[in-house]
Ligand binder design. Structure first.
Ligand code: GAP
Length: 492
């Protein structure tokens, strides 16, 4: 059953996943709050992300850093100069929009990475005018997307809200490298907020002004770019890529990791493409055909990247949409910080007896886009059941199970149900619901993705067993209470 992004947004508000922030005052464009269920889903995504990516190496750790950063951080990173978006404005009214998105919507072709002059030429070529008042549009200009903040009362205390979490590991690198016994590769992960003054925030939580990123910066010896100690284990694994050379056919090609090396990509990079795909397919249970890696060409790549594939998930209304990326940032950032801060970022690597500024491979994920994708992929308006079913994977869904006493006015039944509830909630996310008919309770549970319903009925008092109902198949099985935790663990 096809659904729109608006269906998802309406559903998310109705159930308490996400909704506009400051809404009692009319809301603010590009800012959203997470409700009680959305927060759980988001935290589950973050937990799974941590468990998976931090376990790739013993030397990968997480740090938590300030969101407001020194102005010089962004001089060094290049954001002050380059983190700009093209903007198109009307010559008469207050219309303004991101120019490449505006042209893309009108011409149905991607125009990322073009210069303001090229975008202006396209506007003229396609005779595009202001969609609000039909007046002529001004030549395309650029706008820096960072939010400046003034600290305290004095002048000269300008700082910025970080536009990417990545800069936090870069400015922490030297200290963490020393604290972690001067060993490479070193992974520094941050899950936290990033802020961008998007010209036209849109598509619900997909383009916001404040959002969460989960990023892992891996600092490594550039001489080892073409190796990874576990590459042999993944060499035959097939990765779904849409390379620049395959763009005309618009065909995703499944290439083994080994074959990808022949296209010129380094081993260290390809190994992590594999790991990212495994995370999506094995952990988040994203259907294979819904995932692809989209290679960006020279003009589309972020200004700091040498190799750049976007991670894309196919969404119902928006088609393949970027949810993250694998970025080889070289020593762009550390060199910049060395120049501007005057502090040496060069290290002496004992293992190779050499001196160098480490290079960085960045695994970058937009948490909100991933949360939205999980909802979009699993939202099912099941006409037969007469309710929505969220087929979220067991480890991500807000509640793995729910306990339902068949009736609420029989103390023996409710006492048993409470006993089962205290047993199950020790190990699994679980809630207790005794309101309305059991059919209604199953429907409510389906709607928020509860994977298993556990019903306690009169028979339970006789046989000490409960009914386990599977959200996806609606099939039921009888399980002894003594075996319940074991059975749920098998199903988790
Ligand atoms: N550190 C690299 C970096 O920030 P990016 O491609 O600009 O790279 C990474 O952002 C991810 O952050 C994107 O793939 C996307 O999932 C998410 N993201 C970026 N801008 C966003 C926005 N305005 N709203 C929500 N998510 C966004």
């Amino acid at each position: 059953m096809v659904h729109s992004a608006q269906d998802i947004a309406t559903f998310c508000k109705k159930k308490g996943f996400m909704y506009p922030s400051s809404e009692i005052y009319g809301g603010l464009a590009g800012l959203y709050d997470y409700g009680h269920l959305g927060t759980k889903l988001k935290h589950n995504f973050e937990r799974l992300w941590r468990e998976f990516f931090l376990s790739l190496d013993d030397n990968f750790v997480e740090i938590e850093a300030a969101n407001i950063m020194h102005e010089n951080v962004f001089k060094a990173s290049g954001h002050l100069e380059n983190f700009v978006d093209p903007i198109v404005t009307c010559s008469k009214c207050d219309f303004s929009e991101r120019a490449d998105h505006f042209i893309q919507a009108k011409t149905k072709t991607r125009h990322e990475g073009l210069s303001p002059e090229q975008l202006t030429a396209l506007i003229e070529k396609h005779k595009l005018v202001c969609p609000k008042c039909q007046s002529k549009l001004k030549p395309v200009s650029v706008m820096n997307m960072m939010f400046p903040v003034n600290l305290g009362t004095g002048k000269g205390n300008r700082a910025y809200l970080r536009p990417e979490t990545a800069q936090s590991p870069f400015v922490n690198f030297k200290l963490q490298y020393e604290l972690q016994r001067k060993k490479l590769p070193l992974g520094l992960a941050v899950i936290g907020k990033a802020y961008r003054n998007e010209i036209s925030p849109r598509n619900f939580v997909l383009r916001q002004r404040e959002f969460t990123q989960a990023e892992l910066q891996i600092f490594f010896n550039p001489a080892k770019l073409n190796e990874h100690k576990y590459f042999d284990l993944v060499k035959n694994y097939k990765v779904r890529v849409l390379s620049v050379s395959d763009r005309k056919e618009d065909q995703v090609v499944e290439r083994s990791a080994q074959e990808l090396l022949k296209t010129g990509l380094p081993q260290f990079y390809v190994y992590h493409l594999v790991k990212i795909q495994q995370f999506y397919l094995d952990v988040l249970k994203v259907p294979k055909e819904k995932l692809r890696f989209y290679e960006l060409d020279e003009k589309e790549k972020a200004f700091y990247n040498k190799y750049h594939f976007d991670i894309e998930i196919e969404l119902q209304e928006f088609g393949f949409t970027e949810v993250g990326g694998l970025h080889y940032r070289t020593n762009h950032d550390l060199s910049g910080h060395e120049k501007v801060s005057g502090q040496k970022m060069e290290i002496f690597d004992e293992e190779s007896s050499s001196k160098f500024i480490p290079h960085v491979l960045e695994l970058s994920f937009g948490v909100d886009r991933n949360v939205y994708s999980l909802l979009d992929l699993t939202y099912d308006d099941d006409k037969q059941r007469g309710n929505i079913v969220l087929h979220l994977p067991p480890q991500a869904t807000p509640f793995f199970c729910a306990v339902f006493p068949l009736v609420k006015n029989k103390p023996e039944v409710t006492a048993k149900a409470e006993e089962v509830f205290s047993l199950v909630k020790k190990q699994f996310t679980c809630f207790y619901d005794e309101a309305a008919s059991v059919g209604r309770r199953y429907a409510r549970a389906d709607e928020i993705g509860v994977r298993y319903g556990i019903t306690i009925d009169f028979e339970t008092l006789e046989d000490n067993a409960v009914t386990l109902r599977d959200r996806d198949t609606t099939q039921q099985e009888r399980v002894k209470i003594t075996k319940l935790l074991e059975r749920l663990s098998e199903l988790y």
